[in-house]
Design a protein around this ligand. Structure first.
Ligand code: SAM
Length: 240
């Protein structure tokens, strides 16, 4: 696919084969990207659709639907215990680039942060920007923060893993199916802990909810690094 400028649009902006552009989008296309009438760009709805569009005044004409093949063959839900400060921004950005489907910010026994509504909006904005820059077809869903024990109970997938740096657990990469075996039954769920780690009780509860404890290697990773490493291992298993 030719490299073109891309913008995210809301599905409600589509009217048959026209895109009704917002003043902000017009400013971005005209002033920032310096596109003129007749120039082409890519519009993406974050729900799997991309179109080649042509700027015509305050609207854009859809020329064709584009096929995008940047998504992983399996849906991945990450349950990430909220790290300190702005660490979660980095988790959202990097994991979106790596192909995550859904991120659940979880409040665990040792989580120090209780995030505001503005934080959630910020994470959703970061996910949209990262999806756009990494040419994803979908913008990952960022759910509202939830208590870890509640999150454990709302998981249907048979493939569930909890990352734990201590203990003699199998390496995550040895638990993953390879490219030929991978199926998207109900996807894959991965949980990673906060700076202080999971409590014993949390690990017990996760095992009772059919989570398999796994290792990400011999070194203790930061709470921000662990989900990125876990996701990288999944992408390697699916794509290499
Ligand atoms: N304070 C904890 C300790 O000393 O064991 C370390 C917690 S670590 C900074 C944060 C989280 O990252 C952990 O709860 C775990 O989910 C994940 N993690 C870090 N290193 C890991 C490893 N080598 N294997 C599996 N998970 C790891």
């Amino acid at each position: 696919m030719t490299q073109r400028q891309r913008i995210a649009i809301a599905p409600s902006q589509l009217q048959q084969s026209q895109i009704l552009l917002t003043p902000q989008q017009l400013h971005y296309l005209g002033r920032v990207l310096r596109l003129r009438d007749g120039d082409r760009f890519i519009a993406m709805d974050g729900l799997g659709k991309w179109w080649l569009a042509q700027l015509t005044g305050e609207q854009a004409q859809i020329l064709e639907t584009l096929s995008v093949e940047t998504e992983l063959p399996v849906t991945i839900t990450l349950m990430v215990a909220l790290p300190k400060g702005n660490g979660f921004d980095e988790v959202v950005r990097c994991c979106t680039e790596l192909g995550v489907t859904c991120i659940v910010p979880v409040i665990s026994d040792r989580t120090l942060l209780n995030p505001s509504l503005q934080k959630l909006e910020r994470w959703r904005r970061i996910a949209a920007e990262a999806a756009e820059q990494s040419e994803r077809a979908f913008v990952p869903t960022i759910l509202e923060p939830v208590a870890f024990n509640t999150a454990l109970l709302s998981t249907a997938s048979p493939q569930k893993y909890i990352c734990e740096g201590r203990g003699n657990y199998p390496h995550f990469s040895n638990c993953l199916p390879n490219k030929e075996q991978i199926t998207n039954d109900q996807g894959l769920i991965i949980a990673t802990g906060p700076e202080g780690g999971w409590t014993e009780k949390e690990i017990e509860n996760a095992i009772a909810a059919n989570f398999q404890p796994v290792s990400l290697g011999r070194r203790i990773l930061r709470a921000v690094t662990a989900p990125i490493v876990a996701l990288s291992l999944v992408t390697a298993a699916c794509e290499v």
